[in-house]
Design a protein. Structure first.
Lengths: 165, 518
C-alpha cells in the first residue's frame, strides 16, 4: 500500500448567508408544531398543567437553542462547488458525505423554490445523473445565482453527446 | 394493457408509416384466459358448493354457485376479449408501437435503438397453446425529481414463432452482421447444482411458510388451535425431546424439498449464451419457460454473490450489473446469469462475460476490523444486559435459564465471527478498467464494475470512521443497484484508488500531503 496523505479538499463555496434565517424559520416551525398544542392544552386543562407545560417548555428551549446555534454550524459545514468538469458538494458533520457528479454524466438540472425559500430569495438546484444514488443537491443558493448556475449546467450538458450512462 | 403507463398518448394511428401493417395478439390468448378462469372458478366453486350444500341442499347450492362462477369467468374473459380485439402492435424501421384501450386509447411507442432487453416467458398454460408473453424493455430509468419512467411494452401473448422473430428483430443492431458466427455457450446448468439450493436462505423461509400455512388452513376451518392441540397430544404421548427432534427434522425436510422444487422450477435447463450481434441470452425454467435477452452494450459489470450457506459449499452465483435491469427483491433472479454453482464455473462464466476477472484485492486497514469487533462488542453487551434483565426480573426455572444463556452465548459468538468474517471479505482493486470491490459476510458480494459505467462518486465518512482513518467509497452508476461501495478503506489510499479508477474526475478536489483546510 502506498503511504500517501491524499485527502479531499472542501468545496470552495459556502451557501448564501440567507440560508441562516431560512434554516432558523424551519427549525422554529418544527419546534412550534408540538409546543403550541401542548401550551394551549396546558392553558385549558388545569389538572394536567405541569404534565403539558413541562414538556412544552423543554421542547421550546431545545428548539430555540437549536434554531440559534445549528444554522451557524451548518452554514460552516455545508459547501459546494461547480467546476468545468464536475459538481462537488459536502454535507453533514457526523456523517460527512462528499458527492461528485461529472459534468458529462449530468442528465437533468432542476431548480426548485419552496414558499419559505422564496421568502428568503433562495433556490435549490438538484443535479441528477442516470444513477438513482448520484443526485447532488445544492440547497440554499441565491435564486439569481441558482438560475444562472442551472442555465450554465444545462448548456454544458446539452453540449455533451451520448445518453450519459 | 392496464399495467402500462401512458408513454405516448394519442388518437388512432396516423398514416405516416402506413407500409408496416398492424398486427394483433394471438387469438388463442382468449382460450388461455378462459381455461385459466374456468380452472380458478372450479377450484373455488367446488368447496363453496359443498359448503352451501351441507347447509341446504345441492340444487340450491348449484343455483348460487353456477351463475356466480359464470359471472366471475365472464368478468375476466370479456374484458380480455375486448383487449385482444383493440390491441395492435407493429415494428417499423425505427419504432415499436402498440395501441390499446377502448375508452382511453393508449399508444405506446418505443424507439428501437433504445431497446435493451427482450424478455420472453411462457407458463404451462401458454405452452399448452404454444404462446409466449413478450416484454420489451428500454432500460430508461431516469432519477430526475424522483420520477422513474422505466418504459416497457408487454405483448400478452403472441405465438412462439412470432416471439422469436420479434426477439431477433428487436435486438438486431444496425451495422452488426448477424451471420458472423453462431451462438456461443457460456454456461450450462447441471442437475448437480441443485444440491446448493437447500443451502440458500429459502430453506428456513419455506419451512416457516409451511408452518404458517398449516395454521392458516386450520383457521379457515375454524380450528385455529388444532395444530397446537395435536402437538401437545404428541408431546404427552412420546415426550418433549423426541417430538422436538422429529419436528425439527420434519421442518428441515420440508424446507429442503421446497427449496429444491423452487430452484428446479426456476433454473431447470438453464443456458447462458452469447448470441451474434452482441446479446446475452439466459434461458431457463421447468414449468414457466423464461428467456431473457440482454444487450451487452448495457452491461456495466458482473457481481459474484456468495450467500453464507452457498459459500460454505464452495459455490457462488453470478449476477449481471446492467442498465435497465432493476435489482428489486421481487424479480431479483432476473439479474442472475448463472445460479448457485461451483466457484470455478462461476469464475469461468464471469470471465466469458466481461473478460478476465482474477484480481488481487487490497485488504482494508486493521481499523476496519476493530470497527466491526466494536459492533460485535456492543451486540454482546446488549445480549448480556438482556440475559441479566431476564434473570433479575423473573425467577425462571433452571432449564429456561440455561436455554436463555446458551442462546445469548451462541448469538454473541455469531456476532464476533461475523465481525471477523466480514472484515476478511473487505477488499478492493482495479482490474483492466474494472473496479472490483468485495464486502459482506452473510451475503458476500464481489462486484466488478466497468469504470466507464461509473458516473460519479459518493464518499462517506462518519465521525467514527474519521477517528479510525477509514472512508467508504461509493461508485454511482446507472446500472444494477445504482451504487456499489468499497466499504471502510484507508482514508488516503481509497482516494488514490478512486482517482486511479476514474482519472480526472476526483483529481481537482484532491490535495496532497499538506493538511487540507478542515
Amino acid at each position: 500500500m502506498k503511504e500517501t496523505g491524499t485527502r479531499l479538499r472542501p468545496p470552495r463555496n459556502q451557501f448564501d448567508r440567507r440560508t441562516l434565517p431560512w434554516w432558523r424559520v424551519q427549525l422554529l416551525i418544527a419546534t412550534a408544531v408540538p409546543v403550541i398544542p401542548l401550551a394551549v392544552l396546558g392553558a385549558l386543562i388545569a389538572p394536567a398543567r405541569p404534565w403539558l407545560l413541562g414538556p412544552a417548555i423543554v421542547i421550546a428551549v431545545v428548539g430555540l437553542a437549536a434554531a440559534v446555534a445549528m444554522p451557524i454550524w451548518w452554514h460552516r459545514v455545508h459547501r459546494w462547488e461547480v467546476t468545468d468538469t464536475a459538481v462537488y458538494s459536502l454535507t453533514g458533520y457526523f456523517w460527512r458525505t462528499w458527492r461528485i457528479a461529472p459534468m458529462s454524466r449530468i442528465q437533468t438540472v432542476d431548480t426548485t423554490r419552496g414558499p419559505l425559500q422564496s421568502a428568503f430569495g433562495l433556490s435549490t438546484v438538484v443535479v441528477t445523473t442516470a444513477s438513482s444514488a448520484g443526485a447532488v443537491k445544492l440547497e440554499g443558493l441565491d435564486h439569481e445565482q441558482a438560475a444562472a448556475l442551472a442555465e450554465r449546467l444545462t448548456e454544458i450538458t446539452d453540449a455533451t453527446p451520448g445518453d450519459a450512462t | 394493457m392496464t399495467d402500462a403507463e401512458p408513454a405516448d398518448e394519442g388518437p388512432a394511428p396516423e398514416p405516416t408509416e402506413a407500409e408496416t401493417p398492424w398486427r394483433r395478439l394471438h387469438r388463442d390468448t382468449l382460450k388461455m384466459t378462459a381455461l385459466f378462469m374456468a380452472g380458478f372458478a372450479a377450484l373455488t366453486a367446488v368447496p363453496a358448493a359443498t359448503g352451501i350444500a351441507s347447509g341446504t341442499s345441492w340444487p340450491i347450492a348449484l343455483a348460487f354457485v353456477v351463475p356466480g362462477a359464470a359471472v366471475v369467468i365472464a368478468a375476466v374473459v370479456v374484458p380480455d376479449a375486448i383487449r385482444l380485439k383493440v390491441t395492435h402492435y407493429r415494428v417499423t424501421g425505427t419504432r415499436v408501437e402498440m395501441i390499446t384501450g377502448v375508452v382511453f386509447k393508449r399508444r405506446r411507442s418505443l424507439a428501437r435503438e433504445r431497446i435493451r432487453s427482450v424478455d420472453l416467458s411462457a407458463n404451462p398454460l401458454h405452452r399448452l397453446f404454444g404462446l409466449v408473453k413478450v416484454k420489451v424493455g428500454t432500460g430508461e430509468s431516469g432519477s430526475g425529481s424522483g420520477a422513474t419512467s422505466e418504459q416497457t411494452l408487454t405483448l400478452d401473448s403472441v405465438d412462439r414463432a412470432e416471439a422469436d422473430r420479434l426477439r431477433a428483430e428487436l435486438l438486431r443492431r444496425a451495422g452488426v452482421e448477424a451471420d458472423s458466427d453462431a451462438e456461443q455457450r457460456l454456461a450450462t446448468w447441471r442437475l448437480g447444482w441443485l444440491k446448493y439450493a437447500p443451502l440458500s436462505f429459502l430453506t428456513p423461509l419455506l419451512a416457516g411458510a409451511v408452518i404458517g400455512a398449516v395454521f392458516q388452513v386450520a383457521d379457515w376451518f375454524g380450528r385455529g388451535g388444532l395444530p397446537v392441540e395435536i402437538v401437545a397430544d404428541l408431546v404427552e404421548r412420546y415426550g418433549p425431546w423426541r417430538v422436538l427432534l422429529l419436528g425439527l427434522v420434519a421442518v428441515v425436510l420440508v424446507g429442503v424439498i421446497g427449496s429444491l422444487a423452487f430452484q428446479a422450477e426456476a433454473w431447470w435447463g438453464h443456458r447462458l449464451d452469447r448470441e451474434p450481434g452482441g446479446t446475452l441470452r439466459v434461458r431457463r425454467g421447468l414449468l414457466v419457460n423464461r428467456s431473457l435477452s440482454l444487450e451487452e452494450e448495457r452491461i456495466r459489470g458482473v457481481e459474484v454473490v456468495e450467500p453464507l450457506g452457498v459459500r460454505s459449499a464452495g459455490a457462488a452465483r453470478l449476477d449481471v450489473v446492467a442498465i435497465g435491469l432493476k435489482t428489486d427483491q421481487k424479480n431479483a433472479d432476473l439479474t442472475t446469469l448463472v445460479p448457485a454453482a461451483p466457484r470455478p464455473v462461476i469464475s469461468a462464466a464471469a470471465d466469458a462475460v466481461i473478460g478476465p476477472t482474477e484480481t488481487e484485492l487490497i485488504a482494508h486497514p486493521k481499523a476496519a476490523r476493530t470497527r466491526r469487533l466494536r459492533w460485535a462488542a456492543v451486540a454482546v453487551l446488549v445480549l448480556a444486559a438482556i440475559v441479566a434483565a431476564v434473570h433479575l426480573l423473573w425467577s425462571i426455572p433452571g432449564f429456561w435459564s440455561a436455554v436463555v444463556v446458551l442462546a445469548a452465548v451462541l448469538a454473541g459468538a455469531w456476532a464476533v465471527w461475523t465481525a471477523l468474517d466480514s472484515y476478511a471479505s473487505l477488499g478492493h482493486g482495479l482490474n483492466r478498467g474494472y473496479m472490483v470491490a468485495r464486502s459482506g459476510s452473510v451475503r458476500r458480494s464481489t462486484v466488478h464494475l466497468d469504470r466507464s459505467g461509473i458516473i460519479g462518486w459518493r464518499i462517506k465518512q462518519s465521525v467514527f470512521q474519521r477517528r479510525m482513518g477509514l472512508m467508504t467509497l461509493d461508485a454511482t452508476t446507472a446500472a444494477g443497484r445504482g451504487h456499489y461501495a468499497a466499504i471502510d478503506g484507508d482514508e488516503h489510499e481509497i482516494l488514490d484508488f478512486a482517482d486511479e479508477t476514474v482519472p480526472e474526475l476526483l483529481r481537482p478536489f484532491l490535495v496532497g500531503d499538506e493538511p487540507g483546510g478542515e
